[in-house]
Design a binder for this molecule. Structure first.
Ligand code: CTP
Length: 407
C-alpha cells in the first residue's frame, strides 16, 4: 500500500487553458489509487467538458453549487469535510483573488472556505498577469491562511509570451502530493524530544517602548510543526509573534532574552536536540524606566548591557544534545557562520542572508546554507520555509540516529 492510496483528493479546476493538464493529474492520481473528485467553475467548462473528468476520475463532477447530485448531501460541505487535500489546478488570477478575499460564489471557492483540509493552489496565467502586484499580493494573502502555492514554471505560454505563469507540470504536482502523504506517514522523529526557539525578543525601555528586531517566527514555527508531524515531542519557546502555534506542540511564550534564557535552561536537560531559530537581542537597556520617558531638549542616551548568549551557554552545558543554531547575516555569511559553529560548539549552523528582502525575515521563503562540524557545506535554493523545515528535519534525523547508534 502506498502512502497516497485511498486518499480523497479534491481537484478544483478553474477557467484557464491549462485546465487540460488537470486531466493528466486526475488520471495519474486515480491510477495511483486515490479517490479523486473534481470540481469545476463554469469558466473551466469552456475549456474541458465535465464528462472528461468524470471518465478519468470515475466520480461525478461537481460544477454547480446549487445542483445537488444527491439530495441527502450538501455537496460543497461534504466534499470539503471528507477531503484529505484540496488542490486548485489551474488557479486563475480571478480565483486566487476570490480565495484571498473569502468569496465563495462557485463550487471551488465554497469548498475551500468550508474545508479543514490542506489547500494547495497552482496558479496558471500570462506572465504579466502573474507578476501584477494585485496577483502577487493575493498569493501572499492566501499563504497567510496556510495555503500552499505551487509556483508556476517558466517557459512558452499559451498566449505567446515567454516567462513565468505556466502551470506546474502534472507529473511534478503528482510528486509533490506523493511526497506530502509520504511525509505524513514518516514518523522518523518519534521518541525524540526537541526544543525549538522562535521569533524576536523584546527588551523593555519603559512601559510603552522596547528594542526588538524583524523576526516573524515563521521559520521556527515551521520547524516545530514539521518535527511534531514527524513524531517528535516538541517544545516551542517563542518570543512575541502573530502566528498560531502549530497543533500538538507545547508552547512557552516569553518576551525578553532573559526570560527565554530561563525557559530554555529549565528544559535543556530533557532534550535530545535544540534548534535555535530565535533572533535573540544581544543587548537590553541597563535600566528600565517604570514611567514613560518624556521628551526633553537634550539628546537622551539609552545605556545597553549584554544579554547572555543562550546558545553559547548550551554549547558549554551540552552532554549528548544536538545543537543547531541559525546565523542571520547581512554580509560575510560564510565567515560568520563558521565562526558561530566553532564558538557555540554547534553541530550545524543554518545561515541566511537577511539583507535580502525576498527571503529571510517575515518572508514565507528562505534560502539557506547548512554548515556542518566536519567542514561540509550544503546550499539549498530558495524555497518555502515549510520545505526548509523538512530538509532540516531530514538532517536532524540523521544526526540523532547516528548519535543513538554510537551510544
Ligand atoms: N543566540 C542566542 N542568544 C543570544 C544571541 C544569539 O541563543 N543572545 C543564538 C540565536 O538563536 C542563533 C545564533 O545564536 O541561533 C546566532 O544568532 P545571531 O543573532 O545570528 O548571532 P550572534 O551570535 O548574536 O552574533 P552577532 O550578533 O555578532 O552576529
Amino acid at each position: 500500500m502506498t502512502a497516497i492510496q485511498g486518499k480523497r483528493i479534491l481537484i478544483g479546476v478553474t477557467g484557464g487553458i491549462a485546465a487540460y493538464k488537470a486531466c493528466v493529474l486526475t488520471s495519474r492520481l486515480t491510477k495511483a489509487g486515490c479517490d479523486v473528485h473534481v470540481m469545476m467553475t463554469k469558466e473551466a467548462k469552456q475549456f474541458v467538458s465535465p464528462q472528461t473528468f468524470q471518465a478519468l476520475s470515475r466520480n461525478p463532477v461537481h460544477d454547480d453549487i446549487f445542483t445537488e447530485k444527491n439530495e441527502h448531501q450538501i455537496a460543497h460541505i461534504d466534499l470539503a469535510d471528507q477531503a484529505d487535500l484540496i488542490i486548485i489546478a489551474p488557479a486563475t488570477a480571478h480565483t486566487i483573488a476570490k480565495l484571498a478575499h473569502g468569496l465563495a460564489d462557485d463550487m471551488v471557492t465554497a469548498a475551500v472556505l468550508a474545508t479543514k483540509a490542506p489547500v494547495w493552489v497552482a496558479p496558471a496565467m500570462n506572465v504579466n498577469m502573474y507578476h501584477h502586484p494585485a496577483v502577487q499580493k493575493n498569493l501572499e494573502i492566501i499563504q497567510t491562511y496556510g495555503y500552499r502555492v505551487l509556483k508556476p514554471d517558466s517557459g512558452m505560454l499559451a498566449c505567446g509570451w515567454v516567462g513565468e505563469g505556466r502551470l506546474m507540470e502534472p507529473d511534478a504536482i503528482y510528486e509533490e502530493i506523493e511526497d506530502y502523504f509520504g511525509q505524513a506517514h514518516q514518523k522518523d522523529l518519534q521518541g525524540y524530544r526537541i526544543l525549538v526557539t522562535a521569533g524576536p525578543t523584546r527588551e523593555k525601555i519603559d512601559p510603552v517602548r522596547f528594542l526588538t528586531n524583524h523576526s516573524s517566527g515563521k521559520m521556527g514555527y515551521a520547524i516545530a510543526a514539521c518535527a511534531q508531524k514527524r513524531g517528535a515531542d516538541v517544545l516551542l519557546i517563542t518570543g512575541p509573534t502573530e502566528l498560531d502555534p502549530p497543533a500538538g506542540v507545547e508552547v512557552i511564550r516569553v518576551e525578553s532574552a532573559l526570560e527565554m534564557y530561563e525557559a530554555v535552561m529549565k528544559h535543556f536537560d530533557e532534550m535530545d536536540a535544540v534548534i535555535k531559530t530565535a533572533a535573540v537581542s544581544d543587548y537590553r537597556p541597563k535600566a528600565v524606566s517604570d514611567r514613560k520617558i518624556k521628551k526633553t531638549e537634550d539628546h537622551p542616551k539609552i545605556e545597553l548591557v549584554r544579554n547572555p548568549d543562550i546558545l553559547e551557554e548550551l554549547g558549554r552545558r551540552k552532554t549528548t544534545q544536538i545543537l543547531i543554531g541559525f546565523a542571520a547575516e547581512t554580509h560575510d555569511l560564510d565567515h560568520y557562520a563558521k565562526g558561530k559553529l566553532e564558538k557555540k560548539k554547534l553541530d550545524m549552523v543554518v545561515a541566511n542572508d537577511v539583507a535580502r528582502t525576498d527571503t529571510g525575515f517575515r518572508s514565507n521563503d528562505n534560502e539557506v546554507t547548512f554548515y556542518f562540524r566536519n567542514g561540509d557545506i550544503r546550499h539549498l535554493h530558495k524555497m518555502p520555509k515549510a520545505e526548509v523545515a523538512q530538509e532540516l528535519c531530514n538532517l536532524l534525523t540523521e544526526m540523532l540516529d547516528k548519535k543513538k547508534g554510537s551510544v
